[in-house]
Design a protein around this ligand. Structure first.
Ligand code: WTA
Length: 566
């Protein structure tokens, strides 16, 4: 029997108080995510239960119980306090998926600071923009990432401490501090900072169409949504061994790769290694994973290897599969039924929503290709593209909109109140995606309503790439757009107009690609560069990415009446 039982009954009787009561939260009282991920579970008798089964690409393994998580997160918290870091200050986690990332995250929240997780694949400029916007006080990192941090440090006056979790004998510079979790004196008792519902907790950076990335500010109360969606959608039960293959640099890796599952007392497995079919199947088999949260890009890569690759392993432990990040193709659902004997369940949500909002819950009939229905407690609709009134006609495409009344909606974008205000129309929060709703209430994703590029589930902002391109000496003008891709759904394609005196060539294309990879990240690197004489612009001088995108997708260009005539 699934945790959620009947979807219809849950919708009827729903109140977020269900979650508050299960977590023992009294409205107006203290709520601290770090405490809920460790101390509370120990008090409930789960101290000796395994919390983390960790493995890296070389096969090194480590195991931590909930009591280890409790004590070691205390140890982190005291270390931060002793440095002089105050509640409310930002501590960035800039690490691969090592145990210190997961446990450090809990430690940061326990002492009242804000956790700012960032992908360790970020290079100088991407890291710099986000640390500067957050006025980050400390970065928790590994030796191998120090060169990137060192390069940008002089530009970051707020950055007081760089903490290295695996320094060993490596020479450190001024302001760099070694912290070895395994050999630090364990702190058995710690007074958790009394955070309240609205106290900021996690700061995630997400990409928009214009301007630099937006810092999406979550609060401790988000736990109420993350706990219950983990229980009802991921269906986490006491004996489960759960694997979320997302990196905590992405919201999936925190909401459902740390907070939700641990708050449910679930044993989580973590593989600190990139994608590899055999490695992944071996990992599922070895740890007898029961619930797996993945993404369409990964599923498409697995599909390429076929079902024979699956048959080499005993994956009979798997009982529930979920997916997030991009549209889950009907073929992928059908394939997973054949390969694993069960379908992937689609879950739709965003950095801003903090939790799954539209989904196929266990027991609900899955219509392959549809995202499912709103999670109980989420009031959703699609709005007419022009009038912004809810559409009542089944099948008609509109903007996905949610009533902004669930616990884990972000409370704002850091230093960008206008950007956040623009997300609301007529009392609805607008997700920025298009969908239709069929006569049975199922949502069918159509596409994004803006120029943001979704590459393998990761959002990349065209503006950030264009700004970086302009820093290359040969580039006069640039536009970054999405190009359809069979595996990653979309990849970045750049249109570039060169400065006088520069000639287009394959070498220059490669040079510019590498320039972006080193400045931003491998994800942001254009997979293709097309050299053009000039770019289509509006009369006010804005690049019309829509025109370029339409060309890539073979779509109709739409209204171009504002296009500059030359
Ligand atoms: C897209 C990810 C189709 C969508 C948790 C959304 C999806 C953006 C789905 C958010 C899905 C996410 N089907 N598209 N099931 N899930 N998306 O903020 O465009 O990185 O707005 O959060 O990913 O991406 P974000």
């Amino acid at each position: 029997m699934s945790n959620i039982g009947s979807y219809a009954d849950r919708v009827k009787g729903f109140s977020w108080a269900i979650s508050e009561q299960e977590l023992g939260y009294q409205p107006g009282g203290i709520i601290n995510i770090g405490w809920h991920l460790s101390d509370r579970l120990c008090q409930k008798g789960l101290a000796a239960k395994k919390a983390l089964l960790w493995e890296d690409h070389q096969g090194t393994e480590k195991t931590f119980t909930f009591d280890d998580v409790r004590v070691l997160s205390n140890t982190f918290a005291v270390f931060f306090q002793k440095l002089g870091i105050e509640p409310g200050e930002r501590i960035c986690l800039f690490m691969d998926r090592v145990p210190e990332l997961y446990i450090g995250f809990a430690g940061i929240l326990k002492m009242g600071a804000i956790a700012q997780p960032l992908f360790s694949a970020f290079r100088e400029e991407s890291l710099d923009t986000r640390l500067e916007n957050a006025a980050t006080t400390a970065v928790l990192t590994q030796k191998k990432h120090l060169p990137v941090v060192r390069k940008i440090r002089p530009q970051l006056p707020h950055l007081k401490y760089v903490i290295v979790v695996d320094a060993g004998d490596a020479p450190l510079r001024e302001g760099e501090i070694a912290f070895d979790m395994d050999s630090a004196t364990r702190v058995e008792r710690f007074e958790v900072f009394p955070t309240k519902a609205e106290t900021p907790s996690v700061l995630h950076y997400t990409s928009g169409t214009t301007g630099q990335p937006k810092g999406a500010q979550h609060v401790h109360y988000s736990l109420i949504s993350q706990y219950l969606t983990s229980k009802w959608v991921l269906d986490l039960q006491p004996d489960d061994v759960y694997w979320c293959n997302a990196d905590p640099g992405w919201v999936t890796g925190t909401s459902y790769g740390i907070i939700g599952p641990w708050a449910n007392g679930t044993t989580q497995a973590v593989l600190d290694s990139g994608f590899n079919t055999d490695r992944w199947y071996a990992f599922l088999q070895k740890h007898r994973i029961t619930v797996w949260y993945s993404a369409p890009t990964a599923i498409r890569l697995l599909m390429r290897e076929g079902t024979d690759a699956v048959r080499k392993y005993d994956l009979s432990s798997l009982r529930h599969l979920c997916s997030v990040g991009e549209p889950l193709n009907a073929e992928a659902v059908i394939w997973s039924q054949e390969a694993f004997g069960r379908p992937f369940h689609d879950t739709y949500w965003q950095t801003e929503t903090g939790c799954i909002v539209i989904t196929n819950v266990p027991g609900m009939q899955v219509k392959p290709g549809s995202m499912g229905k709103p999670f109980p407690g989420i009031t959703a609709t699609v709005l007419d593209l022009r009038t912004h009134e809810p559409i009542t006609e089944p099948g008609k495409v509109g903007l996905i909109a949610l009533r902004p009344d669930w616990p884990s909606l972000i409370r704002g974008y850091r230093n960008n109140p206008d950007g956040f205000a623009k997300k609301f129309v007529n009392g609805w929060y607008i997700c920025g995606d298009r969908s239709s709703i069929d006569a049975d209430g199922y949502y069918w994703f159509v596409g994004r309503d803006d120029d943001v590029i979704n590459t393998g589930g990761h959002l990349v902002g065209p503006f950030e790439i264009e700004s970086a391109l302009l820093e290359h000496p040969a580039v006069a003008e640039s536009a970054a757009v999405a190009k359809p891709d069979p595996v990653n759904m979309e990849v970045v394609k750049a249109f570039v107009a060169l400065k006088p005196g520069f000639e287009s060539s394959d070498d220059l294309e490669l040079e510019i690609m590498n320039f972006i990879r080193k400045k931003l990240s491998p994800l942001a690197m254009p997979q293709e560069i097309e050299f053009v004489k000039s770019l289509p612009k509006t009369r006010s001088g804005k690049i019309m990415r829509r025109v370029l995108r339409a060309q890539e997708f073979g779509e109709l260009i739409g209204d171009i009446s504002t296009l500059e005539n030359d």
